[in-house]
Design a protein around this ligand. Structure first.
Ligand code: GMT
Length: 380
């Protein structure tokens, strides 16, 4: 198949999922065309079956807000015609599915079906803003196929948007070969750098948006640190990084906390952690938790949204209420205080991740869905 994929390239889990999906599809012989304003951060363009098409937005003094959605629709049409795309697959409803809708209309009578994958904040935050609700609902209903990345997100979309459209749940996935425990050599090297005294390493990875509650990561760590020597590694960047750095200084934890900023090879970092923290206000899935689990790292997360579909409380981690940093710290200590420092729980985490969410299980679900959408579009 020839597939056009659009996502936010620089920020957030939806772009990561779209990129990994495109790379997996290319590895399985499909031709994948990424259409966005910048190359997605985790894109490894080595494959000759992957092409990136940049959307350039023409500016003009009149345009206080350059019309990206229109430029994207135009580029989608251009790529569909030049590359002979079979379909468009957009990740994150706003504005990508509206651009795809326009591209489909412009390409008539040639068929250009489009699939929208809902990721979370496009529904829970952005879509809920009343000004965006009608257009989000419209774009979902106009899609030739809609998928959601968790049961939670499907139910929430059906309830809040009252859409008359079947939504297929195709969960997020992880490349289980790439995301695994670090080699002994890498483990020794990273530990010497971050935890030379053999301290346990707690880790967090996100885009540091308020919904991630990054200051809670610092609060939880401060409580753990009071009980035992430990180190904290934070990966990513975003609006709340400054606040988290301030808290670290205020709590005199500077020597124990590392802010790495945005990283490309996160699997190399996750694979050395002893515990992963995800204290989000809301997560439709919690991709970072799954990536940590695949690396044999147990997770302490919040019992919100789709997270219980990923983390099994008491088995591969613990779930607590959002904002309850005391409970999260107590659970973290419960894991780290074990004679094996949580290794058995981490191994169980990988088993659970592999059983349900390996790319090898999920990508065929997308392929089957594409075929169904193409067949329905040919019948229409
Ligand atoms: O989490 C974010 O802030 C980014 C957002 C996105 O759409 O890029 O993430 C959402 O999609 C991820 C990938 O499907 C999910 O793992 C996240 O749980 C989801 N975030 C929220 O629901 C807050």
């Amino acid at each position: 198949m020839r597939i056009g994929i659009t996502c936010y390239p620089t920020y957030g889990g939806s772009g990561v999922v779209a990129t990994e999906l495109g790379m997996e599809l290319a590895a399985r012989g499909h031709e994948v065309h990424f259409i966005s304003y910048a190359p997605p951060i985790r894109l490894n363009p080595d494959s000759d079956r992957i092409v990136f098409h940049e959307v350039e937005v023409t500016t003009y003094p009149l345009f206080d807000h350059p019309p990206y959605a229109l430029a994207l629709a135009t580029k989608m049409l251009e790529v569909a015609e030049s590359a002979g795309l079979d379909l468009l697959h957009v990740h994150y409803a706003i504005p990508h599915s509206i651009s795809a809708y326009l591209a489909r209309a412009m390409s008539a009578p040639r068929r250009l079906p489009f699939i929208t994958t809902l990721h979370g904040t496009d529904i829970t935050l952005v879509g809920r803003d009343r000004s965006y609700l009608p257009i989000t609902r419209f774009s979902i209903e106009q899609s030739d196929g809609v998928t959601a990345i968790s049961q939670y997100l499907k139910q929430r979309t059906l309830q809040e948007f009252e859409v008359r459209k079947p939504i297929e749940v195709i969960p997020n996935f992880v490349n289980c070969e790439l995301y695994c425990r670090a080699s002994d050599e890498l483990l020794a090297q990273q530990r010497a750098q971050w935890a030379p005294g053999g301290e346990p390493i707690l880790m967090h990875l996100s885009n540091f948006r308020p919904v991630k509650r990054v200051p809670d990561v610092v609060e939880i760590f401060a409580r753990v640190r009071r009980a035992m020597p430990a180190k904290l590694v934070l990966i990513g960047d975003g609006p709340d990084r400054g606040m988290a750095e301030y808290l670290v200084r205020q709590k005199k934890l500077t020597g124990d906390v590392y802010f790495l900023g945005k990283q490309e090879r996160v699997h190399d970092k996750l694979g050395v952690a002893d515990l992963f923290l995800l204290p989000s206000e809301l997560e439709s899935f919690g991709l970072a938790a799954l990536e940590a689990m695949a690396c044999e790292v147990p997770v302490v997360a919040t019992n919100v949204g789709g997270v219980p579909e990923v983390v099994t409380d008491g088995e591969d981690g613990y779930l607590v209420a959002p904002g309850d940093v005391e409970a999260a710290a107590a659970r973290a200590l419960q894991i780290l205080d074990r004679p094996d420092r949580g290794r058995a729980m981490g191994q169980q985490a990988r088993k659970n991740a592999m059983k349900r969410y390996c790319a090898s299980k999920i990508i065929p679900q997308y392929e089957a869905f594409y075929h169904r959408v193409l067949a329905a579009s040919a019948r229409a």
